[in-house]
Design a protein around this ligand. Structure first.
Ligand code: FEO
Length: 400
């Protein structure tokens, strides 16, 4: 995609990535891709804000060269050191040896650690201002959104916030970069939630701290380093991030994430009865086959819903391993204080529920109910399953 003006003399010069299958080496993005958004300010002083992954450095240089000779760059702002935004620093160092890298003190050490760059680096303080001529940048430390060194940059004449990872989302850009131009806003919102829960959720309190810190600013445009640029309604993505971050410590909305696994179809058959009961009670429900779904897609559902229904057979006197793996991912993301229930088949001894409870013990979940059955479910078991699902859904509604 060619460079796109955001306003006079400020350009989006981002790069789409549709060839990386796993973001951070683990989160699937094969289908939707991701963008690494960089921005260029052409004033008396010329500043580049955020870079790209090393595999896309040629594309970034091409974008840049269409607007300015790299040897004319004065500043390169490094808001965040994760290599999806800094993989191109070495080539920029070569092409723009006169440019000064602007970053936080912690990022200065990381520039050396990751890339061996020690020269031409200037540390900017929290709240420090830098005039580019007509435009002026202010740097705000927003630690742990996403790494400890992270900062956001604010351009005050156009009221544009460049917050790097904050307010970002998965999804390569499809020609339109602005929230008011895309016809696919629901997709980007869904991918922003998946990105938030996969990447940022562990840092929800720092996210709330950052939103509070930046709240005195008048923001006309939110220009993050992944996904859409928000100019029609910049508060929309800020408020969504705030809502998602609060879910780390506040109750989620009534709803059920049903995570199940099945070896020979018995637990799956019961799953359909349980799902029928939940749906009959009018509670939103998402169903995931643990063995066939990456945790990336299950995490957002659990993050935003109050109930977790686990369906799994006993396997070697323990929990069916694909379900165990998913529960471990929930522990990694610290999805606390959900209401839970368990159902599943066993052959000659149980063990699945005990292991499930052991895995999620750090999350302080409240276990409301259990429905274990031996072998294959009978007609009367399906009836019990429906009632079990409905009872769980009613308990979620009653607890709000
Ligand atoms: Fe988009 Fe934390 O890097």
């Amino acid at each position: 995609m060619p460079a796109i003006p955001i306003c006079q003399d400020i350009y989006w010069i981002g790069v789409n990535d549709r060839t990386t299958d796993l973001f951070e080496g683990m989160w699937p993005i094969t289908e939707q891709g991701v963008s690494y958004n960089s921005y260029l300010i052409l004033d008396e002083k010329k500043a580049l804000i955020d870079l790209t992954k090393s595999t896309k450095e040629e594309a970034l240089v091409s974008q840049l060269s269409g607007l300015v000779n790299c040897s004319e760059l004065d500043y390169i702002v490094i808001n965040h050191m994760e290599p999806d935004h800094t993989g191109a620093v070495r080539i920029l160092r070569q092409l723009a040896p006169q440019a000064v890298f602007l970053c936080s003190a912690k990022a200065q050490a990381m520039l050396d650690n990751y890339y061996g760059i020690t020269e031409g680096v200037r540390v900017v303080a929290d709240g420090e201002k830098l005039s580019l001529g007509k435009k002026e940048l202010t740097f705000y430390s927003i630690p742990f959104v996403h790494w400890p060194e992270t900062m956001a940059t604010y351009e005050s004449s156009e009221k544009i916030l460049f917050p790097c990872d904050a307010f970002g989302g998965y999804g390569a850009l499809r020609g339109a970069i602005f929230d008011d131009e895309t016809a696919d806003l629901p997709l980007y919102l869904k991918e922003a939630l998946r990105y938030y829960v996969n990447i940022v959720a562990r840092f929800s309190q720092p996210t709330l701290n950052a939103i509070k810190k930046l709240s005195p600013l008048t923001i006309d445009v939110v220009a993050p380093s992944h996904g859409l640029v928000w100019r029609r309604n910049p508060q929309q993505i800020i408020e969504l991030y705030q809502k998602w971050a609060r879910l780390a410590s506040e109750p989620a909305e009534p709803g059920v994430t049903l995570i199940y696994g099945s070896m020979y179809g018995n637990t799956e058959a019961m799953m359909n009865a349980v799902a029928e009961g939940i749906s009959r009670c009018g509670v939103p429900l998402e169903i995931f086959d643990a063995a066939r779904t990456h945790a990336s897609y299950i995490l957002p559902s659990v993050w935003t819903k109050s109930g977790v229904m686990i369906g799994a057979p006993t396997y070697e006197v323990s929990l069916f391993p694909p379900v165990a793996e998913q529960l471990e991912a929930l522990v990694e993301k610290r999805i606390m204080k959900r209401k839970a229930a368990y159902f599943g088949s066993y052959g000659w001894s149980g063990g699945a529920l005990k292991r499930a409870q052991e895995i999620v013990e750090p999350l302080q979940w409240e276990w409301l109910d259990t429905l274990a059955f031996q072998g294959g479910p009978k007609l009367e078991d399906f009836k019990r399953g429906e009632e079990f699902g409905c009872k769980f859904a009613e308990a979620l509604k009653a607890s709000q």
